[in-house]
Design a protein around this ligand. Structure first.
Ligand SMILES: O=c1ccn([C@@H]2O[C@H](COP(=O)(O)O)[C@@H](O)[C@H]2O)c(=O)[nH]1
Length: 224
């Protein structure tokens, strides 16, 4: 089985991002480029990272009207990402059009409820119920829209996996100690997420901000 860890390259300098990915490349399965990276370096930066030869997860979390999201997906097609994200709350038509505009080798997954949010945050945005119920509802919508899978926390991935057997599940909010830290609220360990059915484990700061990123990546790999 290939390494499910995608390293989140949330670092502002391109050279630092390349050096970090190069350093840990033997202990990860791919790299995730998000808003911080893409706003700073755009398509050029993606091409630079692609030279490393690792699969690329372009995590731009698109959320707009269907025509606009489809146009963005079409423009990004040329970068040949292995995985891309849209927000499930953009609705069915937006997800259908996003999938139709993506390259055939790109998995399109829907962000359900950010791992930085808990039930209280959810209620403040006017959504009642539990995070679990909300994620399950949006997972059903993403599947009906023809997407490949979803992004959810490790707290929900087992239930989603039980409901959507061949889905592709991306899980961020992972901490080796399993404790919520900083901005991440719905947190589990990488091992727990993998055991519960995650296809991809997104890990950023536990590696990128470690005193020794290579050792941190090795330690995480050893738990899997
Ligand atoms: O619900 C979500 C969706 C995406 N992310 C992204 O994953 C990484 C996590 O980084 P850490 O440093 O390991 O916390 C980051 O790039 C987020 O944008 C998420 O955390 N939660």
């Amino acid at each position: 089985m290939s390494n499910p860890v995608y390293l989140a390259l949330d670092v502002p300098q391109l050279d630092a991002a390349k050096a970090l990915a190069e350093k840990v490349r033997g202990h990860i399965g791919g790299v995730k480029l998000g808003l911080e990276f893409f706003c700073a370096h755009g398509a050029h930066g993606v091409h630079e990272i692609a030279h490393l030869g690792l699969p690329i997860f372009l995590d731009l979390k698109l959320h707009d009207i269907p025509n606009t999201v489809a146009g963005a997906m079409h423009s990004l097609h040329v970068l040949e990402p292995a995985i891309m994200t849209v927000h499930a709350s953009g609705g069915r038509a937006m997800m259908e059009d996003a999938k139709a505009a993506a390259g055939e080798n790109t998995k399109v997954v829907a962000v359900t409820m950010l791992t930085s949010l808990d039930e209280r945050d959810m209620q403040r945005t006017g959504i009642e119920g539990t995070p679990h119920d909300h994620v399950m509802r949006l997972a059903e919508l993403a599947e009906a829209s023809g997407l490949d899978g979803i992004v959810c926390s490790g707290k929900e991935v087992k239930s989603v996996h039980d409901q959507w057997k061949n889905g592709f599940f991306v899980v961020p909010g992972l901490r080796p100690g399993g404790k919520a830290t900083g901005d991440q609220k719905r947190v589990v360990t990488p091992r727990q997420a993998r055991d519960d059915g995650a296809s991809v484990l997104v890990i950023g700061r536990p590696i990128s901000k470690a005193d020794d990123p290579l050792q941190a990546a090795r330690d995480i790999e050893a738990t899997l």
